[in-house]
Design a protein around this ligand. Structure first.
Ligand code: TRP
Length: 451
């Protein structure tokens, strides 16, 4: 009784669109600063292990749920069992928290795009440039509005297909550029220490917070635990090989994150002597380090402009996909027109983005549980709500509808080579580990344990 939805005409279409939504600021902005903060190699190792276990399992589960039910997250859980439709509501709620602060960072990228187009990379390389910019009142808000307005306009005008086509041919250029820039960075004097930091795990950094940070990053980067992959799955052709598609998206997403880390983490050692406070810098790391990298390059201005155009598009495709989901949820639930839903989301996102943006300036003295506003929204969505949503999804599939539903869906269009891994993960390892990671890090956060 599964109802085929019109959607991607080919498997490659699905892979490209899914990769376009997955590859974004998560890979280029968020992954490197977390890797720098949580011990480099230790974070990388944990992240890679989680990707091939948790990441694979959850992604194939979500895509299969979507393709089987032929509907988006908010209805997919209810499609299988009415009592559990609340999981759909929870997963659909998470992008409401992410989208506004995603646009704040999108605004920062917009600013750097303009700076590099104007050839001001040298000025941007100074230590105070970025802090000076984000602590202002108006400018970051204007940049945010520009980014948000472009995203909303694309969704209202329905020209998403065009943007996706542009971004598809930009992706390979982004990969090439990332390879080139990271090669440049790791061949600078002093970079080897940074490369060793990025690649070599150390026991002392392998605590629960590293696991939680890596888990949250995995969900964020692969757009998991938010219902998006369910929606993408619902558009996937019934005949396409599910496992192969999921593996390709996973490899692509992780590869880009790895390269971005290789570009940014060693540059902390080249330009700031591996200063621990710089490594722990958090959300501003990329914006502080990259101008220094470009400033030290021949043709740095041009490369910076090309690079930020590519990052801008990567961020835009992800923001569009986030907004599309939100608009679909609002339209479904409140039965309003698409344009009205878009405008409503524009206003909500503006209002919610204000604290995240002001938190670096006039509201920097206000903290929630020790976090600035942006970090708080980030923590709440990635480290609390997404693990809970992922946990519930596992329990739902393993013990309510049973894993056979997923296995049959995957096997209806190809082989399921990693079925044994999937079964162990979804039934035991994933739910137990997610809860353990959550509990330990909450206890650590409250100072009940020290690691
Ligand atoms: N994965 C995206 C990135 O790496 C961010 C993101 C999270 C996202 N959830 C999403 C994008 C949902 C689109 C839809 O930047």
């Amino acid at each position: 009784m599964s109802n085929e939805r019109s959607g991607f005409s080919s498997r490659i279409g699905f892979v490209l669109a899914t990769a376009g939504s997955a590859v974004g600021l998560g890979n280029i902005w968020r992954f490197p600063y977390l890797a720098a903060k949580y011990g480099g190699g230790s974070f990388l190792l944990v992240y890679l292990i989680l990707t091939v276990t948790f990441g694979f399992t959850l992604m194939i589960t979500e895509v299969a749920l979507g393709r089987k039910s032929g509907t988006s997250a908010i209805n997919a859980f209810g499609y299988f069992n009415k009592k559990y439709s609340f999981i759909g509501y929870l997963t659909s709620f998470i992008p409401f928290i992410i989208f506004p602060y995603y646009c704040v960072i999108g605004g920062w990228v917009t600013k750097f795009l303009l700076v590099s187009i104007k050839g001001q990379t040298h000025a941007a390389a100074s230590d105070t440039f970025f802090t000076g910019f984000i602590s202002q009142l108006a400018e970051p808000m204007i940049c945010l509005l520009v980014f948000l307005a472009i995203t909303t306009a694309v969704v209202i005008l329905g020209v998403k297909g065009g943007i996706e086509r542009v971004s598809t041919f930009m992706m390979p250029i982004l990969v090439l550029l990332l390879v080139g820039i990271s090669l440049f960075c790791i061949t600078r004097p002093g970079a080897m220490e940074g490369v060793a930091y990025y690649l070599k795990p150390s026991i002392k950094h392998l605590g629960p917070t590293t696991f939680l940070a890596a888990l949250g990053q995995l969900f964020y980067s692969m757009s998991l635990a938010m219902g998006i992959m369910i929606t993408f799955g619902s558009y996937m052709p019934k005949k396409s090989d599910l496992e192969k598609s999921v593996s390709q998206v996973e490899i692509f997403d992780t590869g880009i994150a790895f390269l971005a880390g290789l570009m940014i983490v060693p540059s902390v050692f080249v330009f700031s002597n591996g200063d621990p406070s710089m490594l722990a810098k958090g959300p501003s790391l990329m914006f502080v380090m990259l101008p220094k990298v470009f400033d030290s390059m021949a043709f740095g201005n041009i490369l910076a402009a090309v690079f930020f155009i590519l990052v801008f598009f990567a961020a835009l495709t992800s923001a569009i996909s986030l907004l599309e989901t939100l608009v679909a949820v609002i339209m479904d639930k409140f039965h309003i027109k698409r344009v009205t839903a878009c405008i409503l989301m524009f206003i909500i996102a503006c209002l919610m983005a204000i604290p995240s943006s002001f938190g670096f300036g006039i509201w920097s003295h206000i903290t929630i549980m020790g976090f600035s506003f942006l970090d708080f929204f980030d923590f709440l969505s990635n480290s609390v709500l997404m693990p809970i949503a992922a946990f519930l999804t596992c329990i739902f599939v393993a013990y309510i509808i049973k894993p056979d539903v997923i296995i049959n869906e995957v096997e209806s269009s190809g082989e399921f080579k990693r079925k044994p891994l999937f079964l162990v993960m979804i039934k035991y390892l994933a739910p137990i580990c997610i809860i353990a990671i959550l509990v330990f890090s909450i206890m650590e956060g409250l100072g009940l344990i020290t690691v």
